[in-house]
Design a protein around this ligand. Sequence first.
Ligand code: DX5
Ligand code: ZN
Length: 229
Amino acid sequence: MFDRSIKIAPSILAADFANFGAECRAIEAQGADWVHVDVMDGHFVPNLTFGPAMCAAIRPHIKGVMDVHLMISPVDVYLEAYAKAGADVITAHVEAGPHIHRTLQAIRSLGKKAGVALNPGTPVEAVAEVLDMVDLVCVMTVNPGFGGQSFIASQVAKVARLRQMLGDRAVHIEIDGGITVDTAPLVAKAGADVLVAGSAVFKGGSADHPAPYGANIRAIRSAAEAALG
Ligand code: DX5
Ligand code: ZN
């Protein structure tokens, strides 16, 4: 069911890489709404992370939404593999190739929710023609590739503009990069509903000592909700 309530999506890029199953279970038990999986190819972005086999391996440890963010180019040849790995949402970058329309069609034909992501340097108009074929638009508030970077404040106006462009379409606005208790209110107010947070969720905790994950998730959620009044 679509709704615009605030959802916190911890990025497992900030989790213990030797312990992904337990980390996914811990963040969900501590209140995470979605689990965000950052797939990087060392080509579209200057870092390498997970392939489809890793996504398939963690899938049984996630009860809710597995949100797969593909920072890869080319992307189309890998969509089926991530669909089979159990992704619920598959997001591709508008900058990753010349055929985002075809990519989004392919994601939906695989029975998955389709997302399109925008780098900070990409104008929001770049997705204007695909708004009727997506379930989610991801506005990057850092340059993709690494966790723990600083929030790029100029993107807040872009989120507000996107919110306006979407009108009453049932499309999530996801924000990815530099989300903390200080930045979450800015994007929530501008119209975002899915907040990805890596370092701000995982700081201070571990799968064996997960209480800080819960405190971090609650703090980000309340800061965002407070901004909505
Ligand atoms: C960046 C990734 C983000 C990142 C968020 O390329 O897409 O999901 O892990 O991490 P923080 O919240 O630490 O900026
Ligand atoms: Zn991401």
